[in-house]
Design a protein around this ligand. Structure first.
Ligand code: B1M
Length: 227
């Protein structure tokens, strides 16, 4: 627990490890303190995110799967993760780049896991995209109306459950029915997905993580703009 430890004197690798442990224990205040300390050491916000927060959440995921942690504890960890992300968000979004395009992103119907999509949103904003994050548990109608309202060029869908990922196909079918499938780039992501699934549902690409989402969006927007 960082209360009893002077984090200012701690080597950076140990501090990252401590941050992962505090995230695991759901100590949001400590995580905030540690993020700020790492920033004061000029560590890149992206490295703090991936080497500290995401790494800590990975361990939470393993112990959740193995029945060592339960929903209330995971919720506390998620709260600590979000507290850390809130500090990094403006730093990752800081950019003078011209707008690259508009992305509508949300988790699909039945899915409330929003940490990954919030991270993707932050990284996409940082790369110069306008991001409309419509949150959790979206049906096809919610995605379609957001696309229409914001005239989006890219749709991002997130699913963390094997039971919710099939709903992505429902949304893509709705785009087809409306005759707008060819007008929009569809990116999908979430831990249980893979490239074969994305191909099967006729998405344009599967994005393993937020960095891949940014790269893929840039690449596909460049192709779209040349058409
Ligand atoms: Co849930 N949960 N959960 N959970 N949860 C998982 C997903 C699980 C794998 C845990 C496990 O068993 N090991 C498991 C799913 C099993 C399966 O389907 N095969 C599971 C389960 C079972 C459940 C419940 C059913 C548990 C229950 O109630 N019995 C329940 C379902 C709720 C629901 O959605 N209806 C549930 C509930 C919860 C909490 C509410 C407690 C909490 C969510 C809090 C929140 O998000 N606000 C939670 C959490 C935190 C997790 C784990 C531990 C962590 C997820 C996370 O935030 N990862 C998770 C285990 C795991 O994934 N290892 C688990 C960190 C995040 C940065 O990564 O989300 O993968 P990720 O996002 C990445 C990439 O996937 C990608 O980029 C992101 C950033 O790099 N990406 C995209 C994601 N979306 C993208 C969209 C894109 C592009 C890339 O579009 C362009």
């Amino acid at each position: 627990m960082s209360d009893e430890i002077n984090i200012k004197e701690m080597p950076t690798d140990e501090l990252l490890e401590l941050m992962g442990e505090d995230l695991y224990d759901g100590y949001a205040d400590e995580v905030v303190e540690e993020v700020n300390e790492l920033l004061s050491r000029s560590m890149a916000p992206y490295d703090i995110l991936t080497k500290g927060l995401v790494a800590g959440m990975d361990i939470v995921g393993v112990d959740f799967r193995d029945g060592i942690l339960f929903v209330p504890e995971v919720l506390m960890a998620a709260k600590a993760m979000k507290a850390g992300m809130a500090i990094l968000r403006p730093l990752l979004a800081e950019t003078g780049a011209p707008k690259m395009g508009t992305l509508v992103i949300g988790t699909v119907k039945g899915d409330i896991h929003d940490i990954g999509q919030n991270l993707v949103s932050m990284m996409m904003e940082g790369a110069g995209f306008e991001v409309i994050n419509i949150g959790i548990n979206n049906d096809a109608e919610a995605f379609l109306s957001a696309i229409e309202e914001h005239n989006a060029e890219i749709l991002g869908m997130s699913a963390l459950l094997t039971t919710t990922m099939p709903y992505m196909r429902v949304v893509i079918d709705a785009l087809k029915e409306k005759g707008i499938r060819q007008d929009i780039i569809v990116l999908v992501g979430g831990a249980p997905l893979n490239e074969a699934f994305a191909e099967d549902i006729e998405a344009d690409a599967y994005c393993r993580d937020a960095a891949v989402a940014v790269e893929t969006a840039k690449k596909l927007m460049a192709i779209k703009n040349k058409r």
